[in-house]
Ligand binder design. Structure first.
Ligand code: B12
Ligand code: SF4
Length: 369
């Protein structure tokens, strides 16, 4: 039934939006998402936390965090007419076990072992959006547009997901879900549809636990819920383009791309399920590779292995820099020392400086062995 303006009456609109909201979780599940929730487009006190974080320069050299800061806190400015945020999560943990710290094997953080999650989530979110739009058209709902995001635009994803009932922000600053832990990605669709909102996650279940703060190798969680990115191994090995400060190099151990310690130790991750997603299964043996094998990759080999993978973000120079640090931390081996020496001459000044550090560490260990 429609009125003179060809729009369904408001009571029908409300009814249809409620029906649509009930259909969305099932559609999301068919697309491989584990959970979906709906929130309004407000981030509340999170906007002030973001401002304080930026003022203290905790973002380091991630200048993209400052560039669109005002948009992060106001999704309706990012996509005009946004009234709701549909938040989803997708689990990524695979059944892999890599030794940490002084190991001749590389530790690549679990999120980066398989296909780049940006590509996976963006594709699935588009499909969800298309299905939703087809339903909206079929039911002649008033509609001004939607836009999918996953870490691809300035949005405070954890704050929005928490408002949508997907979990609470833990002391390590990641989103935690009482049934699923934290090994999942977030994505969202900003939409003009005034869908009924989900119950926000009101309870923070971290309690007195501070295992993540205690385990962090570089003391990056400077206070509960406050991360100084400049100290975080994830930042140092992925986002930071320059020399890795000496004070953090030993603590980095064999973590050559990202870090998971604060998640590994979190008791809530007992409830995390392994993903069945083929896209997230390890590629190029990144879960078992020896540091030396990865350090010996040529630029062409890195380009080929990193195609469609999150590791590409480090760039070849960053990759070698990180591996040099990890080789410096590995148990002494003749061939490690020899390989570091052999690659020194051709290295860029940045990588050479890290090789020199690694050689000094290896030589000292040889002396002690
Ligand atoms: C920048 C960034 C980083 C930076 C900085 C991390 C950070 N905590 O900000 C670096 C490079 C270090 C990083 C690392 C990682 N990241 Co990251 N990152 C982001 C990004 C792009 C923005 C995060 C952001 O807005 N930071 C701004 C600051 C202000 O926020 P915050 O530190 O989270 O603080 C919040 C709260 O703690 C609270 N708060 C702040 N101060 C205070 C003080 C008090 C007293 C209180 C009560 C609250 C409070 O308010 C803040 C705003 O909500 C998001 C994607 C997105 N667009 O949201 C992904 C994202 C957070 N990252 C993600 C992942 C997977 C990781 C890593 C696990 C990857 C890895 N294995 O190496 C690590 C984990 C490190 C960690 N402990 O957080 C996922 C997290 C999924 C989840 N379950 O939560 C996201 C959501 C990407 C995605 N789409 O899935 N990341
Ligand atoms: S990812 Fe690693 S370095 Fe960063 S806060 Fe967590 S434990 Fe600390």
């Amino acid at each position: 039934m429609t009125d003179e303006s060809n729009q369904p009456p408001q009571r029908d609109v409300t009814h249809l939006l409620t029906r649509l909201a009930a259909l969305l979780p099932g559609w999301a599940s068919e697309l491989g998402f584990q959970e979906l929730g709906i929130a309004d487009a407000e981030v509340g006190e999170h906007a002030a936390h973001l401002d304080a974080w930026l003022e203290r320069n905790r973002h380091g050299t991630m200048s993209y965090m400052t560039r669109h800061a005002h948009l992060r806190a106001q999704p309706d400015l990012l996509q005009q007419g946004t009234r709701r945020v549909i938040s989803v999560r997708m689990d990524y943990l695979t059944d892999t076990d890599t030794p940490l710290d002084a190991s001749p094997r590389a530790y690549v953080s679990r999120y980066a072992l398989g296909r780049d999650y940006h590509k996976v989530l963006r594709g699935r979110l588009r499909k969800l959006q298309q299905r939703m739009e087809a339903w909206v058209t079929e039911h002649e709902l008033p509609y001004a547009g939607s836009r999918p995001f996953t870490d691809s635009a300035p949005v405070l994803e954890k704050a929005l997901a928490s408002n949508a009932g997907l979990g609470w922000i833990g002391k390590h600053t990641l989103l935690l879900n009482q049934h699923a832990g934290s090994w999942f990605f977030l994505g969202e669709i900003l939409t003009s549809l005034e869908l009924p909102v989900s119950q926000p996650t009101a309870t923070n279940r971290c309690g007195s636990c501070q295992a993540c703060i205690d385990i962090c190798p570089t003391d990056a969680i400077v206070a509960p819920y406050e991360l100084d990115a400049r100290r975080c191994i994830s930042y140092l090995t992925i986002e930071h383009r320059d020399s890795i400060p000496i004070e953090f190099r030993r603590a980095i151990g064999n973590r050559i791309f990202g870090c998971d310690d604060c998640q590994v130790v979190c008791p809530w991750n007992r409830y995390a399920a392994f993903t069945g997603e083929r896209d997230f299964q390890p590629r190029n043996e990144l879960d078992t590779a020896a540091l030396l094998t990865l350090f010996n990759w040529t630029e062409a080999e890195f380009d080929s292995a990193s195609a469609g993978s999150a590791i590409r973000r480090a760039g070849y120079e960053g990759w070698l820099r990180n591996l040099a640090v990890a080789l410096g931390n590995a148990p002494w081996e003749e061939r490690i020392e020899a390989t570091l020496r052999s690659r020194r001459a051709e290295a860029t000044p940045l990588v050479r400086e890290h090789i020199d550090w690694a050689l000094a560490e290896q030589t000292a260990r040889r002396g002690a062995a």
